[in-house]
Design a protein around this ligand. Sequence first.
Ligand SMILES: Cc1ncc(C[n+]2csc(CCOP(=O)(O)OP(=O)(O)O)c2C)c(N)n1
Length: 327
Amino acid sequence: MSNYPKPDGPTLRAIYEKAARIQFNDERVIKEIKAGKLVMPFYSTRGQEIIPAAISVSLTDDDYVNTIYRGGHDQIAKGFPLPDYWAEIAGRVTGACKGKGGPMHLTYPAKGIMVTTGIVGSTAPIANGLAWAAKLEGKGRVTIANFGDGAANIGAVHEAMNMAALWQLPVIFVCQNNAYAEHTSMARSTRVDSYAKRAAGYAMEGIRVDGNDPDEMYGAARWAIDRARAGEGPTFIEATTFRFNGHLIGEAGGYMDKELYAASQTRDPMPILRRRLVDQGIAAAGELDALDASIRAEIDAAVQAAYAADYPDPSELKVDVLVDAIA
Ligand SMILES: Cc1ncc(C[n+]2csc(CCOP(=O)(O)OP(=O)(O)O)c2C)c(N)n1
């Protein structure tokens, strides 16, 4: 990793700010669900914050991101406005998709957040379409396809990687390897010890990084983004991480390896990054406390505004969802 770009102090602080917004938002969603105020399936990203935070500091609103049901971190890192996010997950008319998409389909094209999908593996071929359009357009847009370790075994991901390499598309496949696909560990789903090695099968650059380490994650992402913008084609990044909660809120994760789980708790990336900012003099503890408080206030305002808004009118049921008969 020594040849990859390194984040400077302001970049690390920006990564912290994004990651903290992701963490606090995740915790608030769980709190609202447990209080019975929100009714929705929720796939927590607690523990995986650094991956999208460290990628998105090198992206602009014109770059595209797509993600899966476990995508709150990817969406928020890319700049999904919290009021539009909360109103959408609460099914309110003021939501990003007028309350009709819900948590599984959060979309905000103005910030380049193009698709959220529940179909495991589908982000890769969709990203190819976006990247192909971007290549034709010639403005240097980059597309990030997020998916999990389980999805790395899905055929569509492999077909997409082959075509992306063939067509030298400006796409970055980010496999967020959080050790489990639902309840199945990596060891029980493949013989390879690294998904990144598979990139070689498509003559594509492939790199495995510690996704909880902002230096490694930023370096690999920045390198891949620069290559994509320069027309040098796709990259596969395997970012190792760990999800701290069960697959879905309400499921405790009892199948997780106890030692692995305990070790992950000692490597929670959030307190580690906070300590580093303070120790290296990048930010004072008081400044970070104030930042945290302002993020929490921002989330609280978004939650209150969402609950105060109306549900969509039943007359909206088919609007934006089904087309009328095509003549
Ligand atoms: C095509 C398809 N097959 C199966 C499922 C059921 N399913 C939902 S989540 C999931 C696990 C995916 O795990 P992974 O790709 O590692 O993502 P993670 O949830 O760990 O982020 C599966 C198999 C699905 N949604 N889509």
